[in-house]
Design a protein around this ligand. Structure first.
Ligand code: FAD
Length: 411
């Protein structure tokens, strides 16, 4: 056999599905079982807040066609929840008390949408699964107004989709900057402008203190004393990582499950954690962090699959993220730390430099520049700043490989 005899993946979301496929693509011959709580085969989530709410598609993109799982010898145990991990006997316990043995265990349990006390009872929606998107979409069809709590990317995407579907939309965000956790200032401003232009009412630097059912809908009370009544309330308050299984099994956790650069848990060499749940240990002095993105779900799966099969590591890639709202594509890659030097390249691109090296890029509707930037960040290329600042110059021609030593802030 190539690789472990039996591999169990807990969680049939994006990362869980991707690692099973990646293990097979890289030659693994042992048994692979995915145990997933959702009743559907692994799929990608981005469409849930975009195309599905806009009624452009009926279902999200599946990770593979239904035949491909059995063809690849990947067993799917859907609508099944793992209740516990028994590290001594190397098995996972399912809710019906049956046990599933493993040689290698992969935790890809993602997160659960956060709510505030009393909000779900008052009829508020959250959005994490295809089932959530279906019920939200049916309710939106019979609603005239919506209130979104949370100025992060999911809240903003839902606000944009519902506004495009013709609803009156209010969005309440605690930070003065939208999407502040994921995006640099310039990208947040692009998004906020698009919302304001489209007629979304943004209430930033504000909080909802209580939600209750009221005549004519759901009433939200804001910390500033204002009251808003809407037909529909959606919570976009981020996720709580599903790390309970790991913590109960004694694996070191810190919100997420602590892993090394191969996504191996710090407490057990046979157990890996990937996707939203993985919290990478301090690398190069950067504090441990989780990356909740489509690209990280794929990349962490690919890196861990190669580590499990003792193959050479994946080539470097800069972390990246995108959102699409009101027909605009906003993409960010690498580091966009405020300590870096920001250089504007026309109205739709911001470059972030560490010395003369490109460390990050933010793009508005400029996918070619984004791709060129992502590649340059991964290969550590230097930038000719004067040329790069001119949007008429092809960005690919503004990089150089042999750079002089620099004393960058991030090194
Ligand atoms: P998930 O995909 O959440 O999968 C975890 C799975 O584990 C779930 O199916 C869960 O039911 C299951 N599970 C949990 N506990 C157990 C258990 N005990 N037993 C069995 N199964 C269990 N990222 C981007 O980069 N760009 C975007 O535009 C974007 N849009 C998004 C829109 C929405 C609405 C959402 C929700 C996310 C979006 N993301 C986007 C983020 C991206 O989808 C996530 O980062 C990615 O899904 C993480 O994959 P994962 O496998 O770690 O977690």
């Amino acid at each position: 056999t190539v690789g472990p005899q039996s591999i169990v993946v807990v969680g049939g979301g994006h990362a869980g599905g991707a690692i099973a496929l990646s293990l097979r693509e890289n030659g693994a011959t042992g048994d692979i079982v995915i145990v997933g709580e959702e009743p559907v085969a692994p799929y990608e989530r981005p469409a849930l807040s975009k195309e599905m709410l806009l009624a452009q598609v009926d279902a999200p993109v599946p990770l593979a066609s239904p035949e491909r799982w059995p063809e690849r010898g990947i067993a799917l145990r859907l609508a099944t929840k793992v209740a516990a991990i028994d590290r001594t006997h190397r098995c996972v316990l399912l809710e019906d008390d049956s046990a599933l043995p493993y040689d290698v265990l992969i935790l890809a349990t993602g997160g659960t949408a956060r709510s505030i006390s009393g909000s779900l009872e008052a009829g508020a929606f959250t959005l994490r699964t295809v089932a959530d998107a279906e019920s939200l979409r049916s309710r939106a069809r019979i609603s005239r107004s919506a209130l979104i709590l949370g100025g992060g990317l999911i809240g903003l995407e839902v606000a944009a989709s519902l506004r495009q579907a013709g609803l009156e939309v209010d969005l309440v965000g605690a930070d003065r900057q939208v999407a502040a956790r994921s995006f640099p200032r310039v990208a947040s401003d692009w998004i906020a402008d698009a919302h304001v232009k489209a007629g979304v009412r943004l209430h930033l630097g504000s909080r909802v203190t209580a939600l209750r059912r009221a005549e004519g809908g759901i009433e939200a009370q804001l910390a500033n004393g204002q009251h808003l009544v809407s037909d529909l309330v959606i919570l976009g308050l981020g996720i709580e990582p599903n790390s309970r299984l790991a913590a109960d099994a004694g694996l070191p956790c810190n919100g997420g499950i602590l892993v090394d650069e191969d996504y191996r848990t710090l407490g057990d060499r046979r157990i890996f954690a990937i996707g939203d749940i993985a919290e990478r240990s301090a690398i190069d002095g950067v504090r441990p962090s989780r990356d909740e993105s489509w690209s990280h779900a794929r990349r962490s799966a690919a890196i861990a699959a190669r580590a499990i099969l003792a193959l050479p590591p994946e080539p470097e890639e800069a972390p990246w993220f995108w959102t699409s709202q009101f027909g605009h594509m906003i993409q960010v890659a690498g580091t966009t730390d405020t300590r870096l030097t920001a250089v504007r390249r026309g109205p739709g691109v911001m470059l972030y430099l560490d010395g003369n090296r490109l460390a990050g890029i933010a793009c508005l509707d400029t996918p070619r520049d984004f791709l060129a930037g992502r590649r340059a960040i991964a290969s550590g290329q230097g930038v000719d700043v004067a040329r790069a600042a001119d949007p008429a110059t092809d960005l690919r021609k503004c990089f150089f490989t042999h750079m002089a030593p620099h004393a960058g802030v991030m090194s």
